[in-house]
Design a protein around this ligand. Sequence first.
Ligand SMILES: Cc1cc2nc3c(=O)[nH]c(=O)nc-3n(C[C@H](O)[C@H](O)[C@H](O)COP(=O)(O)O)c2cc1C
Length: 386
Amino acid sequence: MLVREHKFLNFAEARALAKNRLPRGIFEYIDRGTEDEWALKDNRRAFERVKIKPHILKTATTRSTTVNLFGHDYAAPLVVSPTAFAGLVWYRGEVELARAAAEFGIPFCAATEAITSVEEIARATTAPLWFQLYLWNKEEISYNLIDRAWNAGARTILVTVDTPVMPKREFNYRNGFDVPFQLSVRNIVDVALHARWALSVLGRYVLSSGIPNFANYPERYRKNLLKRGTGPSLDLMPDLSWEHMRRLRDHWKGNLIIKGILRQEDAILAKQLGADGIVVSNHGGRNLDSAVSPIEVLSEIANSVGSSITVLADSSIQRGSDVFKLLACGAKAVLVGRSMLYGTAVGGAAGAMQMMKVLRDELGLTMDMSGCRVLSDIDRDLLLCP
Ligand SMILES: Cc1cc2nc3c(=O)[nH]c(=O)nc-3n(C[C@H](O)[C@H](O)[C@H](O)COP(=O)(O)O)c2cc1C
């Protein structure tokens, strides 16, 4: 049943509504890719190229989309992706999204670069919490952060390894979307033109807790989104290596997932290192512009590691049939980013939940149309890949 006030029937409609509501700088930060946006476009083309060869006369009334991940049962094979600044799409957007995930029954992955602390998100949700780690150049501070996540109840961390340097997102430079935000006539007008967002999101933050900041950073390194740095800075680890992953594996007693893998041998190394899972991802087409699309390499990667570790995948999922195709190529579940941000931007927790329902229902429909009763019925034999 659709929530009446959030009348979107699919990803494209939610995106259009979000585009209207959000200042252009924020919308483009979410929506776009990097450089010439080849990876972004190709992610969609790669999904389009893959066709489904459906079974007939196998539809079952008992069809289910449930999945078990790391010992927990979930309503659908969806995980809310970690996304920086998610709290900017709605007042306390990260909390809204986490609540929606808990109510709907899927994991929410909190991000290092969130504007709500992992403790606050944990307090707001009843579901198992995942935490995404960007390793900082001061490793011990990163360990303190994951210890905080552990104490807050997180038992699964996802360490992102596909951002060794900052990508070249030219639209962000033009929009002044950086930390600190660059104030210019253009982006002040942009905010003024989105009065509803200015009042209901930015205005509420300013009146309650002040200008948003990176809440997971230790206090002496924490900057708000407008403040130029005067104190010491905390940057991403410049020479991130397998050695860091080994130390992380020793330190973290919960489930460790490595996010951003696109090659078989890296997947095998992750498994040998003792990782519990991997995410086959090109970061939603936001980092390396000539990167392959996950669906092009997922089957070979999944085959190379077998079922002993949990294979997840993401990037540019817009339909339940995209989810179906990634599951058919060997993913146990998928991560969804932009779709969740757009749902939240349109209606807070209710909008996020509606987007989850849309994707879950479209997946169910694709399963019904293809003669699949449970997720394990979805296999590679159902696909025709170019
Ligand atoms: C606005 C935005 C911010 C993101 N921030 C992070 C981040 O902080 N850490 C991370 O590992 N991935 C980040 N990602 C990548 C997502 O986790 C995920 O890999 C990707 O968005 C999936 O593609 P989709 O958004 O098209 O579903 C971000 C993505 C978006 C759209």
